[in-house]
Write a protein that binds this ligand. Sequence first.
Ligand SMILES: [Zn+2]
Length: 102
Amino acid sequence: MRRELDPGRCQRTIFEDRGFNYQCTKKPVIERDGKLYCKIHDPEYIKEKQVKWRAMFDKEQAEREKHWVLVNARSQAIKGLTLEELKQVTPALIRKALEANQ
Ligand SMILES: [Zn+2]
């Protein structure tokens, strides 16, 4: 059963996790395809936010991958060293080993 939407309010239906769905209570500020929406439920605004979020996620993912490549390269560089040798390892030595393996 579908209830009539109040034409004086944003046309977006809010879906609550407990099953109580209701019409957004905000005043509409924009019309898209014949429907009125408030600022936060404007489909174009939502799409724009998703594109920005995706770009930010992709950038962070690339940084995470770069980090793990470096961590892996560092662990490869010290592989096979004894505990006594590991105590001698300095960031400068690791850098030197990484440069030698590139
Ligand atoms: Zn709304």
